[in-house]
Design a protein around this ligand. Sequence first.
Ligand code: SAM
Ligand code: DTB
Ligand code: SF4
Length: 325
Amino acid sequence: MRAVHLSRRWQTQNWSVAEVEALFALPFNDLMFRAQSVHREYHDANKIQLSTLLSIKTGGCSEDCGYCPQAARYQTGVENEAILDVATVVSTAKLAKQNGASRFCMGAAWRGPKQRDLDPVLEMVREVKALGLETCCTLGMLKDGQAEQLKAAGLDYYNHNLDTAPEKYGDIVTTREYQDRLDTLDRVRGAGINVCCGGIVGMGESRTERAGLIAQLASLDPPPESVPINYLVQVEGTPLHDQWAGERAIDWTEFVRTIAAARITMPNSFVRLSAGRQEMNEATQALCFLAGANSIFYGEKLLTTGNPDAERDRALFSRLDITPL
Ligand code: SAM
Ligand code: DTB
Ligand code: SF4
């Protein structure tokens, strides 16, 4: 199996699906050793980056993403809310900073923003940036020129996930194509914004499809600076609720393997242990950190679902001797 060369730091490694699958197939301890070795070569193994999420526009989304509680067509109990005012966003960002977050991520339940949606977001980005926080937005698909406006306002990262392998995608979302996602990522990259792009594990995909997602992400040129790996949060009312639970759920070792494969194939990226931490025990989270995850969402809420309390995360970090970046 090939080595990752230091001299090719931010270069795409062009991992094939078969090569990533071969990583997944390693004995667990060998995979962990390899992931931790790569991790130490590129990162401080005892430091974790903290991002706080805020839903700036909740619910009522026109899309049909099968996992998502914010799609208008599913009865999930999430209400359609108007966009938050800038002052509320800024005060939430201030609190996040006081609590120790270094990045503030603003999410909106849109297929993509219209210009009248984008204008208030640009103001939010300017003001959050002025607090000394890194800024991130996830607003859906971008049209020509929108990424440039976000960049000019001070946006550091744009989150747009590939979600799953190309061949699995049509089972999960039908209202837009895989290629649409790649096009938005190109626009973000073209505007000089850092790319945050990952996916979701636990949606009934095969191991080959998990490897396919990782191979796609690692083959982006250059790979995303930030790679969120979400474990599906099962929300009642969504098509994926209860489909892959109980006996049909993947084993926790398979989730840890996915983190390790992301770390090995994207050595320089921050790999974020993202949604699903509340449903995960602390020992599994610790193994994810050992496998090379070095970022989390921090604060009691993701967008509409729960996340461990900041206090609990601080206690876990203390027991693991981890400090925030
Ligand atoms: N509407 C925008 C979009 O889809 O790009 C931005 C917000 S959307 C909620 C951001 C990402 O959150 C999705 O691409 C998906 O990967 C993740 N996500 C949404 N619901 C989730 C769930 N129930 N479990 C895990 N991840 C989820
Ligand atoms: C990402 O990959 N995960 C975050 C963030 N990017 C926007 C969202 C997780 C959402 C989980 C379900 C919810 O809270 O609505
Ligand atoms: Fe809408 Fe984004 Fe949810 Fe899809 S993931 S339904 S685009 S909010």
